[in-house]
Design a protein. Structure first.
Length: 71
C-alpha cells in the first residue's frame, strides 16, 4: 500500500481527505474520494466540519483526473 498523508481544511484545520502524493492531490474517481463540486467560481470541496468552500484545481496525473487545493 502506498503511503498517505492527511490534508486539512485551510479554515478550521480539520481533516478533509487523505492524499497519496506530496502535491495533496485527490483522484476524482477514487471510491473514497471526497465529492468535488463545480459552480460558477470553479471546482471546490466543501469542508464537512465548518462548511468552508475549499477551491480545488483540476490536473491530470498519470492519465487520471486529480484535484488539489488551489493557491
Amino acid at each position: 500500500m502506498l503511503p498517505t498523508h492527511d490534508v486539512h481544511c485551510p479554515s478550521c484545520d480539520k481533516f478533509l481527505y487523505s492524499a497519496l502524493s506530496l502535491e495533496d492531490v485527490v483522484q476524482a474517481d477514487a471510491p473514497a474520494a471526497p465529492r468535488i463540486e463545480t459552480d460558477e467560481q470553479g471546482n471546490f470541496l466543501r469542508c464537512p466540519h465548518c462548511r468552508a468552500r475549499v477551491a480545488m484545481t483540476a490536473l491530470e496525473s498519470a492519465g487520471r483526473r486529480v484535484f488539489r487545493p488551489a493557491g
